[in-house]
Write a protein that binds this ligand. Structure first.
Ligand code: AVJ
Length: 322
């Protein structure tokens, strides 16, 4: 009863459905070949990502959760009361729980997700924990500006929450475009709280994306399994190996699937030849310095007004305003 009182029906902005076949064909036709990392997250991929966050080498999730915990009083003070919290994407909900618990009397929570079932499941879990916060799930593509549903109680302002360094999966130009839409969505007195992974020792970075248990390799290869399942391609999962390397020049982990021998793959009736050792690019994970991140924010018309790092400067939270 408490749940239904605060749970609004889904606002469905009818995002254009993903064209997996078209995207795969375009990527495989490019030189060098690539596949988009957004397709990692089917049910199995999301499960594997959760498993990655439990690997000893993968520090970002652990460090960000500890950082949120340690700095929540300061964050709440800087954000101010009565926020309408708008989350871009929704993961396990762990960090959302921390934020909604720590903020001063937030009036509403809006997760924005491309998947209707995911966004509803995330909201239902939180609705039980926060009967006093209006839940306003939105199905939309968060890379575009979103017209937000209006909370019953007048919010002080909008706070966009984008944790997990998900921003890092976008190229710098894409990250600027995304932050520009974020600025439109939040409005003139809005804010954004963004989690960013920071540049550090190459050994630490590469270990995080090449865990000893091989969970990240399985996560990467699941992309091929998903394509085989959903678009009928015939990738041989034993014929490709995961490789993640840090480019200090480009400030990012670059993940590839490397063809172990010469082979041909068929997708939607078209064939693609791989040479032995050919590397297909499947994911970027940008690692930021203050200068690099502030430059991207500035290009999007946003200013960094507060910054919080863990004691080792491994991970950061940044509060941005127009
Ligand atoms: C979910 C985007 C934060 O890039 O670190 C983890 C995804 N890929 N290991 C990241 C990921 C390989 C992750 N993010």
């Amino acid at each position: 009863a408490v749940t239904t009182a605060t749970m609004a029906p889904l606002t469905d902005l009818r995002p254009t459905p993903d064209d997996i076949t078209g995207d795969a064909l375009a990527g495989l036709s490019a030189t060098p070949k690539r596949l988009p990392s957004k397709y990692f997250y089917d049910a199995r991929g999301s499960q594997l990502f959760e498993a990655i966050t439990r690997q000893p080498e993968y520090y970002p999730t652990r460090v960000e959760i500890a950082l949120l915990d340690a700095k929540m009083a300061e964050i709440a003070e800087a954000v101010g009361p009565h926020a309408h919290v708008v989350e871009y994407g929704s993961g396990s909900g762990r960090k959302t729980l921390q934020l909604l618990e720590g903020l001063q009397d937030p009036v509403a929570y809006t997760p924005i997700e491309i998947s209707r079932t995911t966004v509803l499941a995330a909201t239902e879990r939180l609705a039980e924990a926060f009967p006093g916060i209006e839940m306003l799930p939105v199905c939309a593509d968060f890379t575009q500006p979103v017209e937000l549903p209006e909370p019953a109680r007048e919010p002080g302002h909008t706070l966009v929450f984008f944790p997990g360094s998900t921003l890092g999966n976008f190229t710098n130009d894409e990250a600027v475009a995304l932050m520009r839409s974020m600025r439109e969505t939040m409005g003139r007195n809005g804010q954004a709280l963004i989690g960013i992974d920071l540049e550090k020792d190459t050994g630490v970075l590469e270990a995080a994306y090449n865990d000893a248990a091989g969970v990240t390799a399985e996560f990467t290869l699941n992309l091929l399994a998903r394509l085989n399942r959903e678009i009928g391609s015939d990738f041989d999962l034993d014929g490709f190996r995961h490789r993640a390397v840090y480019s200090r020049e480009r400030g990012r982990i670059e993940t590839f699937l490397v063809s172990q021998h010469a082979q041909t793959v068929t997708v939607d009736g078209r064939t693609f030849d791989f040479e032995a050792g050919e590397a297909m690019q499947v994911e970027y994970s940008h690692k930021y310095t203050d200068a690099r991140f502030e430059d991207l924010a500035a290009r999007a018309g946003l200013k960094v007004v507060n910054r919080w790092n863990d004691g080792d400067d491994w991970f950061g939270l940044r509060l941005l305003q127009p």
